[in-house]
Ligand binder design. Sequence first.
Ligand code: ZN
Length: 329
Amino acid sequence: MFRSLTQKLSDAFYFHFKIIPKNTFQASGNFCLMLHGITQGNYGHINSRQLPFSLFKEHMERLGKYYQPVDLETFFHEKDKNHKKPLLAITFDDGFANNLHLAAPWLVQKKWPATVFVTGLNQSAYPYIWADLVDLAEKKWNIPELEIQNHRFIRQKGTLRHEQSFCTLRDFIRYIEPDASFKEELAKAMELNDRLANYRESSEWFTLLSNQEIKALDALPGIQVAAHSAFHNNLGSLPLNKVKAELEMHADWLQQLLGRKVPFLAFPDGSYHEALKPICHAAGFTYLLAAGGFRSPKDPEDPSIIDRKEISNCGRAATQFFDMYRNFN
Ligand SMILES: [Zn+2]
């Protein structure tokens, strides 16, 4: 009771006492939002990428007061112009099934366009985003150690670290062994299938869209599916020939599934560099999306790429808005 009262007071403080001036959002201009899964439950204790539906709604309703939601193509073409109401493009990464069941129906009813970036991982033996597997290993199952491709990772203060280098398992996958085969070995080393067979809680936060669900999502008015790479590999860490092969395969697969070309690609982990752009364009991805800041000094002048701002599940709506406000300035 006391806690909820203090939270309400602090929210009012953030919103109304000019910590966030009212015109901040209009003044901040057009922006593209990055979300991930939208869930019934709150899984903040396991990962911060999944946003509970109640928080999602609160954010969207507040953003809707200040911004005009538009489709991604319009956003790319209009983002450098001034608009009476600044433009908002809404995107979701990773292709969680909950996007179809919770977020999309709400957006369709509001007539707000959105783009969902999917991987081809639902075709693989372990159809999960690797970062979710690390969250399960570290925060759900408290796995004390893992041996993957002759590398030993030992749990230290809740984080799995490479025995010799102390590099976290997460960074090891991002930068040292970014290939899909290492992720598959991670799933095997975790004995993932056995553990999931005994998993009694809801798996809504890590279940990916099936092919049929991807098609159903893409058929909804205003909602489109786009590309997020075949394996959620860190493209910026991979050799160029592997990036080329992965993107071509992913473009073909999506085109076959949806019956149309897919021109939008969001980089997994926001990872890319300048030399990747021509490879993406050649694979048919004319519009590229970064995350949490550009990685190339040429980006601000490059009309083929935009940055995005993320809302994650790491606090209440008011404090997250405060963080976004700081991002704008
Ligand atoms: Zn992603």
